[in-house]
Design a binder for this molecule. Structure first.
Ligand SMILES: NC(=O)c1ccc[n+]([C@@H]2O[C@H](COP(=O)([O-])OP(=O)(O)OC[C@H]3O[C@@H](n4cnc5c(N)ncnc54)[C@H](OP(=O)(O)O)[C@@H]3O)[C@@H](O)[C@H]2O)c1
Length: 251
């Protein structure tokens, strides 16, 4: 995708990967709109980045997504990049029975249903532009699951498959479809400990590599893969699936 001259909506722009991407694209002179639930964070980040916009939305609320999309279409009719990046990653003990189900439901709504709804809501706007990009953030865990996060890993595997269908359906249009599949990165996705976990990739290193990969006009299969995630992405193809699955699921 082109790295300048875009109008970009980044969900999950209030922290972690989304916030870092927003900063990078803002620095390059793009019009950047970030979304998340925390108004205070939206205010803090936009104040630090003059010209950046923030709109609060709770992606677990379908009516709120509709109202949000209406506002985006009205205020940013030139929107040409949608980054579906927001997500949650919560442990589930499936042996607990129905008490664990609420986490799965929330995960599916946040990580899957909201992505499909927001993409559908904004599709006419994106199709109307000279060039456009739809990106969704999946995960290396789409390819080899960590068993204590079943709905999370399943949600990312769903997106991986869905993005392939979306790409195929839009192949005759000017809309590019990209999959951002991060490895384990230092953010607060699973809690504060993750942001300093030495086993996780430093966020700045991840974003620097991603910005280089995004500049490639046609990434192979539309997948934006840093080196560190390839052990997961390629496990099955290389006949290393059992080994990698075992490594991820030692606990
Ligand atoms: N970090 C990793 O190791 C890693 C690895 C693979 C994939 N990923 C993926 O990368 C994406 C970004 O995660 P991150 O690591 O940057 O974690 P993060 O810092 O926790 O960011 C998650 C973002 O999602 C937003 N969000 C969560 N629930 C929401 C809701 N109901 N409505 C609106 N926004 C919501 C949060 O904003 P508010 O709290 O303000 O609502 C926040 O901005 C996720 O899709 C995640 O699955 C991360």
């Amino acid at each position: 995708m082109k790295l300048t001259g875009n109008t970009i909506l980044i969900t999950g722009g209030t922290s972690g990967i989304g916030q870092a991407l927003a900063h990078q694209f803002h620095q390059r002179g793009n019009t950047v709109l970030i979304a998340g639930r925390r108004q205070q964070e939206l205010d803090r980040i936009t104040a630090a980045h003059p010209g950046m916009h923030g709109i609060a939305v709770d992606l677990t609320d379908p009516a709120a997504i509709t109202a949000f999309a209406t506002r985006v279409r009205t205020d940013f009719p030139q929107l040409n990049v949608l980054m579906n990046n927001a997500g949650i990653m919560v442990e589930e003990d499936l042996s607990a029975g129905i008490s664990a189900f609420a986490v799965a439901q929330r995960t599916i709504q946040t990580n899957i249903t909201s992505v499909l709804q927001l993409t559908a809501e904004l599709m006419p706007t994106l199709l109307a532009q000279d060039s456009a990009t739809i990106l969704a953030t999946t995960s290396g865990l789409a390819f080899v699951p960590r068993a204590n996060f079943p709905a999370y890993c399943g949600s990312k595997a769903f997106l991986h498959s869905w993005l392939q269908s979306l790409r195929q359906q839009l192949r005759g249009t000017q809309v590019q479809v990209l999959e951002l599949a991060p490895p384990y990165v230092q953010t607060e996705l699973t809690g504060a400990h993750q942001a300093t976990d030495p086993n996780a990739m430093p966020l700045a290193d991840y974003i620097a590599e991603v910005m280089q990969l995004l500049a490639v006009p046609e990434p192979p299969r539309g997948e934006v893969l840093v080196e560190r995630v390839k052990v997961l992405r390629d496990a099955e193809r290389k006949g290393e699936y059992e080994k990698v699955f075992g490594f991820l699921n030692q606990d």
